[in-house]
Design a protein around this ligand. Structure first.
Ligand code: AMP
Ligand code: GLY
Length: 423
């Protein structure tokens, strides 16, 4: 079959790598892709948000399935665009409907969903400019630190965690005043939860589900989890504290009620669910939902799936996921992200990358790269994800770090402590 994958990051390179291992694949197209993806798949130079252009390519290239990497096309309704168009409605789109994508597109929607279905999460209230005085009052009732979340998509920057009450009030006012544009017209204020986080990935056809390997990502730029938030600096799978006892609780209290909740609410959802979890005193609580795979978690999760991903995705499309088998690789997988100097602040692009040919025993997924006249150059803040297998976390990490050293570009930076907080 022919598959079209939308997106351009390390997540999409890892998905493409896994999809191409399937005996069922004829041609894999990726739009818009990057330099690394271009080495293994056919690149289409169209925006994932230009649905009309996507439709034209789907027809022209005889695409049998569309897999959506990032959240934006989902939140903008690509699933519904297909379903509502007679020419392409028979072509499955892997991802939720626009309503389902609100689990990521609106934090208030996600919170109300969790409340409705008794899914454990932090206590919260939502506010707009109309009831800002009540919001101040709610902040006074909470203990520091204060968690303020822009309701809508804010490129991963919409969550503020503030220690001082007066500062929290000032930031709340700024958020409601347009700090994140329309995304912060509504602000969710939450109780602060203290614990260690992990990412649980679920694949669902809307009826049944498979829990994919659990991973932990490292969001801060600095070692020891310090400094600014990034898109993710590395990841590890499996996660030592997410043992069988913990995962049983996750399945019973979170995964099952999420999937049945979607059914009860008549929300069409055939795709990946990313549940951001925090362990509080041994108990899992939901920090957030995303409606896609995580990045860089995908760069470890795909390594640990032994089964044919395309076969699983067909199960999603035909609502027969319960008949499919998910086999997991017991080895560890790690990824270390090489980023541009200055990221997540200002950074330069176009730095020539060398040393990719000398990498051995790791898989390098491209995140932000571009090819120009046979040279590969940096084209984003996160540049390359160096992923490795190992019989232990340390063995996998040592391979990722050794290969991270072999790759060179001006300003290269990576965290040397990925996995530091796990056994
Ligand atoms: P989110 O975009 O909702 O995932 O939030 C970004 C990050 O903020 C999370 O990964 C957590 O590290 C942190 N965070 C979000 N909500 C809370 C909370 N209620 N308590 C503590 N930390 C939180
Ligand atoms: N790694 C977190 C995310 O993809 O949002």
């Amino acid at each position: 079959m022919n598959i079209l994958l939308l997106g351009s990051g390390g997540r999409e390179h890892a998905l493409a790598w896994k999809i191409l291992q399937s005996p069922k694949i004829n041609t894999l197209y990726v739009a818009p892709g990057n330099a690394g993806i271009g080495q293994i798949a056919e690149i289409l130079d169209i925006s994932p948000l230009d649905f009309t252009a996507v439709k034209a390519q789907v027809i022209d290239k005889k695409i049998d399935m569309v897999v959506i990497g990032p959240e934006d096309p989902l939140v903008k309704g690509i699933y519904d665009f297909f379903i509502n168009d007679k020419e392409i409605q028979h072509i499955p789109v892997i991802g939720p409907s626009q309503l389902g994508a609100e689990l990521e597109g609106s934090k208030d929607f996600a919170k109300r969903f969790m409340m409705r279905h008794n899914i454990p999460t932090a206590k919260y209230k939502s506010f707009t400019n109309k009831n800002i005085d009540e919001a101040y009052q709610f902040l006074e009732e909470l203990k520091a630190p204060y968690v303020l979340k822009a309701d809508g998509l804010a490129a991963g920057k919409g969550v503020l965690i503030i220690n001082d009450l007066n500062e929290a009030k000032a930031e709340l006012k700024a958020m409601l005043g347009g700090m994140f544009g329309a995304a912060s017209n509504t602000v969710v204020i939450e109780e602060f939860l203290s614990g260690i986080e992990c990412s649980v990935f679920v694949l669902t056809d809307g009826k049944s589900y498979k829990i994919l390997p659990v991973a932990k990502d490292y969001k801060r730029i600095g070692e020891g989890d310090t400094g600014l938030n990034t898109g993710g600096m590395g990841a590890v799978s499996p996660v030592s504290f997410a043992d069988d006892t913990f995962m049983k609780k996750v399945e019973e209290r979170i995964v099952q009620p999420t999937v049945t909740g979607l059914q009860k609410d008549n929300i069409v959802y055939k795709g990946f669910i990313f549940i951001g979890l925090i362990e509080v005193g041994g108990e899992p609580m939901v920090i957030e939902y995303n409606v896609r795979m995580g990045d860089p978690e995908t760069e470890v999760v795909m390594l640990r799936i032994k089964s044919d991903l395309v076969d699983l995705l067909e199960g999603v499309a035909t609502e027969s996921l319960d008949k499919k088998n998910l086999e997991i690789d017991n080895r560890y997988a790690t990824t270390v992200m090489l980023v541009s100097g200055g990221y997540p602040g200002d950074y330069e692009k176009g730095k020539v990358i060398s040393g990719l040919d000398s990498v051995s025993d790791s898989i390098v997924f491209h995140a932000g790269t571009i090819e120009d006249k046979n040279t590969i150059a940096t084209n984003g803040g996160r540049v390359l994800a160096v992923s490795s297998y190992g019989n232990s976390k340390e063995e996998a990490l040592n391979k990722s770090f050794a290969n991270a050293e072999k790759i060179c570009f001006d300003g290269k930076y990576y965290r040397k402590d990925i996995g530091f907080d796990l056994k």
